[in-house]
Design a protein around this ligand. Structure first.
Ligand code: SAM
Ligand code: ZN
Length: 386
């Protein structure tokens, strides 16, 4: 396999060169490597280090005793960076023989043979056989087929990437229903819909194993959703997490939305504001997406490290930390169109909405989105008055 060396953070590994003329992504390459995921991996290193430090605060163990499973490793770059840059024990798994061979080579190249182990198994088999303090899923597309084994295997922290944004966000409705057993809405806030569908599914999978969860950091782009969760042992914790599940009803006519907690509940088919039919999505995770304290811990980790995407990573985690943690964001342009006004500058609008006494923030999802506890009537009044 023709290969080249790449350095991310302070780790150098060998990755395959895609055959000439093959467009990005390098799907024809014998082992997968996506340079566009460096930001995702940079944040992973910082976030996993913050998780490891939390484990050490509670347990009398050494850094190298903490186990991190990179369940779908490909070249191994993610888990090798964790071993090299965080100092915890990394298990690098991939069922492909080509990937496994490259991982063995890369363990030597990265100089982490003392704290890295390579396995070549079906990730589900491995996760049913062994427990890990931290489990990281980074599959092609949906993580759904791996969530049962991952939620069984994980002890402290679960990290999941999903690149099937079309099913998660409602663009491929039936596929989303099959993978996540939830009804999505493909509207202006579909990116947050994807995060909440995924988290809802993970909460239900954890609950089967009598585990609950607290989301610490979750971010979404057009191409993927990524989440970091603290796993909490016990049936009570599982019950508590399930209480954060529920449904959204959304009126496309007037923009009003309402969330309802619970599973077997009745939801009106009509908008409580204008009486028109509403769309209903769920079950969704309606609880927090981020923990402020954890985001601060991750920001410190980012600051301390030589990361290729340092500025972008800081900006993204800061935006997550500072967004109001309530479902769902509003899209300023959609509301302006609804009432026939042109969109004002975002900062001016946010200041004016705050003047009504409401809590308001920008979000990490898009530049024209905001979160607020103001109702849609107040938002429209403010927009009309600018
Ligand atoms: C998206 S790539 C992983 C990328 C890698 N984590 C990174 O950051 O560069 C997905 C990998 O999962 C592997 N894979 C897919 N299904 C698997 C399974 N059931 N068990 C183990 N590995 C699997 C594929 O061979 C592929 O290398
Ligand atoms: Zn309405």
């Amino acid at each position: 396999m023709l290969s080249t060396k790449v350095t991310e953070g302070s780790t150098t590994v060998s990755v395959p060169v895609p055959p000439e003329g093959v467009p990005f992504p390098p799907s024809e390459a014998p082992v997968f490597y996506n340079p566009h995921m460096e930001l995702n991996r940079d944040i992973s290193v910082a976030a996993t280090s913050a998780c490891a430090k939390r484990i050490l605060l509670k347990k009398d163990m050494e850094l190298k005793d903490i186990t991190y499973l990179d369940a779908m490793s490909a070249s191994g770059i993610r888990g090798l960076r964790i071993a090299n840059e965080v100092g915890i024990t990394s298990i690098l798994n991939d069922w492909s023989d080509d990937a496994h061979e490259l991982i063995l080579e890369n363990i030597e190249l990265a100089g982490v043979s003392d704290i890295a182990e390579a396995t070549c198994k079906n990730a589900n088999v491995l996760m049913h056989e062994r427990r890990f303090n931290i489990v990281d899923l980074d599959p092609f597309g949906t993580p759904a087929p791996y969530l049962d084994a991952a939620t069984r295997s994980v002890v402290h922290f679960l990290e999941v990437t999903a690149t099937d944004t079309a099913p998660l966000c409602g663009a491929h409705f039936n596929s989303g229903m099959r993978k996540y057993a939830a009804v999505p809405l493909n509207n202006e806030f579909h990116s947050e819909m994807g995060v909440r569908i995924l988290l809802g599914k993970i909460a239900r999978e954890l609950a089967k194993h009598d585990k609950g969860m607290t989301p610490l950091l979750s971010h979404a782009t057009r191409h993927y959703v990524r989440t970091y969760l603290q796993v909490k042992k016990g049936a009570k914790q599982a019950d508590k997490a399930l209480k954060e599940l529920g449904f959204l009803s959304h009126c496309e006519h007037c923009g009003h939305r309402e969330v309802s907690h619970g599973m077997a509940i009745s939801i009106s088919a009509h908008c409580s504001s204008c009486g028109k039919d509403v769309y209903i999505a769920g079950p969704l995770w309606l609880g927090q997406l981020h923990e402020t304290q954890y985001c601060d811990e991750v920001l410190l980790e980012i600051e301390d490290r030589p990361l290729g995407t340092k500025e972008q990573a800081k900006k993204l985690v800061l935006a997550c930390r500072d967004e109001l943690d309530i479902p769902f964001f509003y899209d300023q342009h959609v509301i302006c169109k609804m009432i026939g006004v042109s969109a004002p500058a975002m900062d001016m609008f946010i200041a004016a909405l705050r003047d009504t006494g409401a809590n308001v923030s920008r979000t990490h999802f898009t530049g024209i989105s905001f979160k607020t506890d103001a109702n849609i009537a107040t938002i429209k009044d403010v927009l009309r008055g600018l």
